[in-house]
Ligand binder design. Structure first.
Ligand SMILES: Nc1ncnc2c1ncn2[C@@H]1O[C@H](COP(=O)(O)OP(=O)(O)OP(=O)(O)O)[C@@H](O)[C@H]1O
Length: 316
């Protein structure tokens, strides 16, 4: 729990609100320069966790280590100065995008020339440069979310918390915002903790993940390792002319090692223990005069891991 490049660690973190246990015994770490996805259904404790990690709530039990120091009353302000938090989109509605950022820069205590430099960089990174003069009240929801992300990174934090940055956005705007966040993380080399329900494509953003269920961390670790542990076999989608059931029979008799079949939108999905055996499967199909349209390798995703975890509750 104490690697040298550790930025954040939770140890046995527990929070009760009266008799309700919001989160229980959470232990995980976030290493420098990595993005950690904290996921879970509504009401499962993500926001409570972020508030504990940023010192806005005091844990009932357990502790938080930020940049190597245990978070406590005496050092909370100093540690928080190195953290950025995007939580909601409350903005100064009548002020322009630039003046919203300027005001926040002043609140962070940044020098005017630093503020101007950062505003330029952030607007460019988030694709907001052409709306710099628009009052915040005239921005679309997606632009408001971008501005709230920009506000959180104005002071170049070492650690950034994003709490539902895509809430209320349509799929296109969500993907666009996540793409901007990815670019921003790469450019600024910020360590990130992100809570989100936008799971599609999240593996291109998150290196590590924690899945909360009823206030408990049921899965945590490196995304690549967790996916491989849960689905060690190679999966394929097969598209054929005609009935997928006949293709299934041919594949099943040709490849004793096929471990799992299902049908996904009219296509046959199957998993093999060894990648190279796919060629004998395809040869058997051709031999049986089944027209093969496509054989698509299918990589499991964070979304697959999330639903598998939430549905069966077991650790990966
Ligand atoms: N200040 C509070 N007082 C009492 N109960 C609270 C308080 N804050 C959170 N809770 C409870 O703690 C649990 C976790 O809430 P939390 O907001 O952390 O969940 P969440 O995962 O962020 O949910 P969502 O995805 O809906 O935002 C819920 O049962 C909630 O009602």
């Amino acid at each position: 729990m104490n690697s040298p490049d550790q930025t954040l660690a939770a140890t046995g973190l527990t929070k009760h609100f009266g008799s309700r246990e919001a989160v229980s015994d959470l232990s995980f770490e976030v290493r420098a320069g990595r993005a950690f996805g904290l996921l879970g259904p509504n009401g499962t404790g993500k926001t409570t966790t972020v508030r504990l990690l940023t010192g806005l709530l005091t844990p009932t039990r357990g502790s938080v280590t930020l940049f190597g120091q245990t978070l406590g009353r005496s050092n909370a302000d100093a540690l928080r100065a190195r953290v950025g938090v995007q939580t909601d989109t409350r903005l100064y509605e009548n002020l322009s995008v630039r003046d919203n950022l300027r005001t926040w820069g002043e609140l962070y205590g940044l020098a005017p020339r630093v503020i101007e430099r950062r505003i330029g960089e952030i607007l460019e990174l988030l694709g907001l440069a052409d709306r710099v003069g628009s009052p915040a009240g005239e921005l679309s929801k997606g632009m408001r979310q971008k501005l709230s992300v920009g506000r959180a990174v104005l002071h170049e934090p070492d650690l950034l918390f994003l709490d539902e940055p895509t809430a209320g956005l349509d799929p296109e705007a969500s993907i666009e915002l996540i793409d901007h966040v990815k670019d921003m993380i790469k450019t600024l080399r910020t360590t990130v903790v992100i809570c989100t329900h936008q799971l599609h494509g999240l593996e291109t953003l998150c290196d590590d993940v924690g899945i909360l269920k009823s206030g408990r961390l049921v899965v945590t670790g490196e995304v690549r390792t967790l996916l491989h542990q849960r689905w060690p076999e190679q999966r394929y989608l097969l598209e054929v002319d005609g009935d997928p059931a006949s293709a299934r029979d041919v594949i099943a008799s040709a490849l004793g090692r096929a471990v799992e079949f299902s049908t996904v939108e009219g296509r046959l999905s199957f998993a093999l223990r060894k990648e190279e055996t796919i060629s004998s499967g395809v040869a058997a199909l051709v031999h049986s005069r089944i027209q093969v349209r496509a054989v698509i390798p299918r990589r499991p995703t964070i979304q697959d891991l999330y639903f598998a975890t939430i549905n069966d509750g077991s650790a990966a």
